[in-house]
Design a protein. Structure first.
Length: 253
């Protein structure tokens, strides 16, 4: 039986307080990894950390604004101080508004790009030297099917930054090899896809677990689409409705 063993390793999960991030942190912790939840929502992060600790998972919370390079550097320093190193970084923190392009002002555009693209850059840059020193680092960037070929929700800054995050993943995969593997994961898909249901947090966490494991030891600079084949379909009907009427699963992307 093939098992994934991350015992003794340490993973940083940005935006780990809730949604995809919470499930990613849980799944990596169940595989044996120490977990650092990096989030500006400290109260929610502490609640998640408490839940993980009751399951026997070594978990710490670091108040981190990924859009601030100094905060990202402090995150890595705190992680190394607590656990002695960091082997895994999951750049999950992200978000969007639903402004139509004609109503999208520059500040909203800039905030979206800062969170969804500059955030992963800052955290990856902060951790790169530490990972290369130990020669076994893995970075997973949570993009979106909006960054592939389907603009499913959010505003133009979300779509543009998620496309950009895939480019960043590929470039850093080249620059940081052979010591660090970097891949992107794109959640998406809806209930009208071939598998008949929307993407779940568990689906995303399982994909991350695969990418950071030795089973994906020769997987680098690639994009894992976790959308149930939803990209094979025509434009789903719900996209013709206002965003507030879209399925709940879209709110986690």
């Amino acid at each position: 039986m093939v098992t994934i063993d991350l015992d003794g390793e340490t993973a940083i999960v940005t935006g780990g307080a809730q949604g995809f991030g919470r499930e990613i942190a849980t799944r990596l912790g169940e595989a044996g990894s120490n977990i650092v939840i990096a989030d500006v929502q400290v109260e929610k992060a502490e609640k998640t950390a408490g839940d993980l600790r009751t399951e026997g998972i070594n978990t710490e919370v670091v108040d981190c604004d990924v859009t601030d390079p100094a905060s990202a550097e402090a995150l890595v320093e705190a992680t190394v101080e607590r656990f002695g190193g960091v082997e895994i970084l999951v750049n999950n923190a992200g978000g969007s508004t639903t402004d139509h392009f004609t109503e999208l002002d520059f500040d909203t555009w800039f905030d979206g790009v800062s969170l969804n693209l500059s955030g992963p850059f800052n955290c990856s840059k902060a951790v790169a030297s530490e990972m290369r020193e130990h020669g076994h680092g893995r970075i997973v960037n949570i993009s979106s099917m909006a960054g592939r070929n389907v603009t499913v929700h959010g505003n133009a800054s979300y779509t543009a930054s998620k496309w950009g995050l895939i480019g960043l993943s590929k470039h850093t995969a080249r620059d940081l090899g052979p010591d660090v593997r970097v891949n992107a994961l794109c959640p998406g898909g809806g209930p009208n896809g071939p598998l008949g249901h929307g993407v779940t947090s568990e689906d995303v966490a399982n994909g991350v677990l695969l990418l950071v494991s030795d089973l994906a030891g020769y997987v680098n600079g690639t994009v894992l689409e976790v959308d149930g084949g939803g990209n094979l379909n025509e434009r789903p009907d719900y996209l013709e409705k206002p965003p507030e009427e879209w399925p709940d699963f879209l709110q986690d992307q």
